[in-house]
Design a protein around this ligand. Structure first.
Ligand code: PBG
Length: 321
């Protein structure tokens, strides 16, 4: 078996998994203001941008050959209904417009969720359940998500990506997009999104930690696999064009099973905690960041992901220029 491992050329020729910048999507955070570039302490090398500086960063990514970005907004004001989520002049809408002016072909994906916009930090509208306990109300949340997705599409988003894990949101968003003339705007569904400890740094970045309770009543329970297949099948039925498994590292088995089962582009979200854990070890000198990151991205591809949302997208493109 060792004959074909002897040198780089042989290993390149026989590699079963290819990874390229074409597979990578860079997550970006945008907040109001101008000239802002504020480093996120828990995610070294990642920043909160204002729309103007964000557009410059998007252009740099486009020039590096990265095909797409996904935007997360940090609004000026938060309230119980997440009012800024669907405002036509929301920070995400302004960011889309700024990027579109600067970049010819970059695909702009927007995260559609309320947690960045609500003062309680949950992904939906809170209402008392039958026993009077406050809970995320699924059906009261759907119109808010639909309205947010429409605002993004009107501002020029190329793909909308609902990440809230409410039941029925993909169908509701598809129906509204079609009705409003956005028949060609694809939906990337965060289909199998687990209630994970690995979102910690992101919640700092997006200033969106839940102010009470947790997200376990809407995000998936880590022990479950069959349920992920049902979630993905439902989202496809409701009209998703791309489906996602999230996080990636601890859920490679879910990716493999999903890619064996469904003939639809599959995305994996290599989340903030996965990035920051390796980054922190690298900063200590305990790991070689590039080697670890490339091994990990290869593993995510090998497991069956076509697209990878990763905070290493820009680094990967620079490392392999
Ligand atoms: C919004 C959302 C989250 C992430 C992506 N979209 C946070 C959450 O659900 O708590 C996490 C991304 C990451 O950790 O990199 N719902």
């Amino acid at each position: 078996m060792r004959r074909l491992r002897a040198n780089t050329a042989l290993r390149r020729m026989t590699a079963e998994t290819q990874i390229s910048r074409d597979n990578l999507i860079m997550p970006l955070f945008v907040r109001p203001g101008t000239g802002v570039k504020k480093e996120i302490p828990s995610m070294p090398g990642n920043y909160q941008w204002s729309p103007d500086t964000l557009a410059d960063e998007a252009k740099a990514l486009e020039d590096l050959g990265i095909p797409g970005v996904i935007l997360f907004g940090i609004p000026e004001h938060k309230d119980a209904h997440g009012s800024e989520a669907d405002a036509p002049d929301s920070v995400v809408c302004r960011a889309i417009e700024a990027i579109k002016k600067r970049c010819a072909s970059l695909c702009v994906i927007t995260d559609v969720c309320l947690c960045e916009y609500t003062d309680h930090g949950h992904c939906g509208i809170i209402a008392p359940n039958r026993t009077g306990v406050p809970e995320v109300d699924n059906d009261a949340t759907l119109p808010r998500l639909v309205s947010e997705a429409l605002a993004h599409a009107r501002a020029g988003a190329d793909i909308v990506a609902p990440s809230d894990m409410m039941d029925g949101r993909v169908g509701a968003i598809r129906e509204a997009l079609d009705r409003e003339g956005f028949t060609d705007t694809p939906i990337m569904a965060y289909s199998a999104k687990y209630a994970s400890a690995f979102y910690g740094p992101f919640r700092d970045a997006a200033e969106s930690p839940p102010q009470f309770g947790d997200r376990r009543s809407y995000q998936m329970d880590p022990p479950n696999t069959d349920e992920a297949m049902r979630e993905i099948a439902l989202d496809i039925e409701e009209g998703a064009d791309l489906v996602m498994v999230k996080p990636a590292m601890a859920y490679l088995d879910i990716l493999r099973r999903a890619s064996d089962r469904f003939d639809i582009p599959l995305a994996a979200y290599n989340v903030s905690g996965e990035f920051s854990a390796i980054k922190a070890a690298a900063l200590q000198g305990w790991l070689d960041e590039r080697a670890a990151a490339e091994e990990l991205l290869t593993a995510i591809r090998r497991a069956g992901a076509q697209l990878i949302l990763t905070y290493w997208a820009k680094d990967y493109a620079r490392w392999n220029r």
